[in-house]
Write a protein that binds this ligand. Structure first.
Ligand code: MLT
Length: 275
């Protein structure tokens, strides 16, 4: 993963509750739009290799989810409701009636809930390394322990442990270091706020059968956080879905195996956008 200066200038808008959201728009208005929503606890930068790959073929929009990157503020009281509203308000701000949405993990939770609230705003979905189910009690308890650990030991220790679990190819420092920098450069309260939003999110499983747009489900073979089983469940319930397991990839499949991820994405986008 090469983290570089964002290819597009950071812009921002204020949500209805006056929270700033930073976004990056390739601005190619004549091309089909795709909004990419990053996973916990990263920023829009986790999409750099996809943005580069899609350049010239799609209007790409990434943003920093509330609490992360430049979408920071002193108010860290937010839930998945807030985060999915932010997504829809970004669409309103950009005057996008519909979009294709790509969400990875937490990004997928945001997209699934936004779709549940406003299905008419979507023309296609890419659900990467994510799931529709809410947290089990065990997961809630583990996340609560993580919250306390962050408070007591700080983000460096958290980043070390977290990154070991999300990359299958974590031996590569070239990939780990930029991600480590993103996590340790984030405000503690933002990450803790997001953890509470993850814990308290609703289950969107019942709405899966109501997804009527083409949907691509991508998952790393070695994703032990949002497993291939969770993806299979979504695939079974979403009528127009296709699913691809990315061999050798872990939870961050777009970073572990960007070539395979990008090829699957490109083939799907071509099908969705061809007239
Ligand atoms: C993510 O990648 O967004 C998180 O790992 C999601 C989760 O922990 O449920």
């Amino acid at each position: 993963m090469k983290i570089k200066l964002p290819s597009f200038k950071s812009q921002s808008f204020k949500t209805k509750d006056l929270h700033p959201i930073a976004y990056y728009d390739s601005g190619e208005m004549h091309l089909p739009a795709i909004i990419l929503v990053h996973g916990f606890p990263f920023t829009h930068q986790m999409w750099d290799e996809q943005i580069e790959f899609l350049k010239g073929a799609y209007r790409t929009i990434t943003y920093d989810v509330r609490g992360f990157g430049e979408s920071v503020s002193d108010d860290h009281f937010f839930t998945m409701e807030t985060l999915s509203n932010d997504f829809l308000e970004l669409m309103d701000h950009l005057e996008l009636k519909t979009t294709i949405a790509l969400g990875l993990s937490m990004g997928g939770y945001i997209v699934l809930r936004a779709h549940e609230k406003a299905p008419e705003r979507f023309s296609g979905l890419v659900l990467a390394d994510t799931q529709a189910t809410a947290d089990s009690d065990d997961t809630k308890i583990k996340r609560s322990a993580t919250l306390l650990a962050i408070k007591e030991k700080g983000l460096e220790v958290f980043a070390d442990t977290f990154l070991k679990n999300v990359l299958a190819k974590h031996e590569s420092m070239e990939k780990v270091q930029p991600l480590y920098k993103i996590i340790t450069g984030t405000k503690k309260a933002g990450i803790m706020g997001a953890l509470l939003a993850l814990i308290s999110r609703t289950d969107t499983s019942k709405s899966l059968r109501k997804i009527t747009v083409p949907t691509l489900i991508l998952v790393g073979e070695k994703d032990f956080i949002t497993t291939t089983d969770a993806s299979l469940k979504m695939h079974e319930h979403i009528p127009l879905s296709e699913m691809k397991i990315i061999e050798q990839a872990g939870h961050l499949s777009n970073i572990d195996c960007p070539e395979e991820f990008n090829l699957a994405l490109a083939a799907f986008l071509l099908k969705v956008t061809k007239k």
